[in-house]
Design a protein around this ligand. Structure first.
Ligand code: PMP
Length: 398
């Protein structure tokens, strides 16, 4: 039977960017010890206090269908958090609880785009973005954010992409703190981006799943800028900030009328989230900022390790790591692509990192190292990575 184009074109016939990750997982499954620095997952598990809350809720009977838009208590807690952090009035009617940030991204684009309309995203990008936009029926168009601009997209480049789209453009997806670059967009950058969205009447879809992992500067949601709340859909998640990747809890914040429409989508797609997971998420949010700082602490520490090691040699350069749980390393001095370097590192050193090309053309010649193994192991792996880069650069000659 024929499958729909909508589903067979999700990856546009190409790779989904995860080939090296899958190869590393196959090696591990066959008994080869590989240091995995690929996906953004903590090396700790979900806190027992959160699991206890989940258990209590399930045993207490919260195992039936839960409210599709999210429980009243969880929506209220998220609204309170967002209002306190952003300074923007936010009520439960502005909140839809969704099964993870990934679902939130898909649903936000379903809300913003007519089938066949263009949706913009910034390159380098989190590997699912183009597929997510296509899955939602949009034409996915990349706007390059260049290393010389600190990987922040420029207003002129966004305008040029809109002019070249050859059809209606409905949305722009941004992500700060950024995966994979670690860039944190400052107020001026967000104002310039917001001004383009206003001028060209775009939805601004803001992926803020790393909001709690900022090492330099401060997190600012574009929804907090004057005039932008009405055109913003903000995606948040419990995955990164609370070490709850497997629980699949996130949210969309938007204008109340958008949330009502998105609830219709949820009713017909997921029918909401398990009540016991929502109760666990509520408990996790109430653990407060001290708990979130604890979850973020290892990445702050490991970022310093990466900075120290990179500063001690001259071949590999680190992109400023302002936020998130990764180090993006520029390995162009080796003469290899990110893919070839990652492949060589896996074959020779049994270390798996993500090729920059998995995140788009603007990150070619880079590799992304997830800071997700214990400090000493990370330090040793980074030292071997840098030594291999040094060897390759030397072989290549001046
Ligand atoms: N956005 C970005 C930038 C991410 O890196 C991720 C996960 N790695 C997600 C969204 C999705 O996160 P989740 O679905 O676990 O909330």
């Amino acid at each position: 039977m024929e499958l729909s184009h909508r589903i067979t074109r999700i990856n546009d016939g190409g790779s989904d960017g995860w080939d090296l990750f899958r190869k590393a997982r196959r090696m591990i499954a066959s008994g080869v010890p590989v240091v995995e620095l690929t996906i953004g997952e903590h090396d700790i598990r979900t806190d027992p206090r959160i699991l206890d809350a989940m258990d209590r809720a399930a045993r207490g009977g919260h195992t039936g269908y839960a409210a599709v838009a999210g429980t009243d208590a969880l929506r209220a807690e998220i609204a309170h958090r967002v209002a306190a952090q952003s300074g923007v009035a936010t009520t439960p009617e502005n909140v839809l609880v969704v099964p993870g940030g990934q679902a939130g991204l898909f649903m936000a684009h379903m809300a913003a785009c007519e089938p066949g309309d263009a949706a913009l995203y910034v390159d380098p990008y989190y590997a699912t973005y183009p597929g997510t936009l296509r899955a939602a029926g949009a034409r996915a168009i990349a706007v390059a954010a260049r290393p010389e601009h600190g990987f922040v997209p420029q207003a002129g480049d966004i305008e040029a992409a809109i002019d070249a789209a050859g059809g209606p453009v409905r949305s722009l997806l941004i992500n700060s703190p950024n995966n994979p670059t670690g860039a944190v967009y400052d107020r001026a950058a967000l104002e310039r981006i917001g001004a383009v969205c206003e001028r060209r009447d775009l939805w601004l879809i803001s992926d803020e799943v790393y909001e709690g992992q900022v090492w330099e500067g401060a997190h600012l949601s574009p929804r907090a800028l004057p005039g932008l709340a009405q055109r913003s859909l903000v995606v948040g998640s419990m995955s990164k900030g609370h070490a709850m990747t497997g629980s699949r809890v996130g949210w969309i914040i938007g204008p109340a009328e958008a949330i009502v429409a998105l609830e219709d989508l949820a009713t017909n797609m997921t029918y909401g989230l398990p009540g016991f997971i929502q109760d666990a998420a509520l408990h996790a949010l109430r653990l407060g900022p001290v708990f979130e700082a604890e979850i973020a602490a290892p990445f702050r520490r490991r970022r310093e390790i990466a900075r120290r090691l990179v500063a001690a040699q001259e071949v590999v350069r680190a992109v400023p790591m302002q936020g998130a749980m990764y180090a993006l390393l520029d390995i162009r001095a080796t003469g290899l692509s990110g893919e070839a370097f990652a492949e060589a590192l896996l074959e020779r050193e049994r270390i798996a990192v993500m090729p920059g090309e998995s995140f788009g053309q603007a990150a070619r010649g880079h590799v992304r190292v997830a800071l997700t193994v214990e400090d000493a192991r990370l330090e040793a792996a980074l030292a071997r990575l840098l030594a291999l880069a040094g060897e390759l650069a030397e072989k290549r000659g001046p």
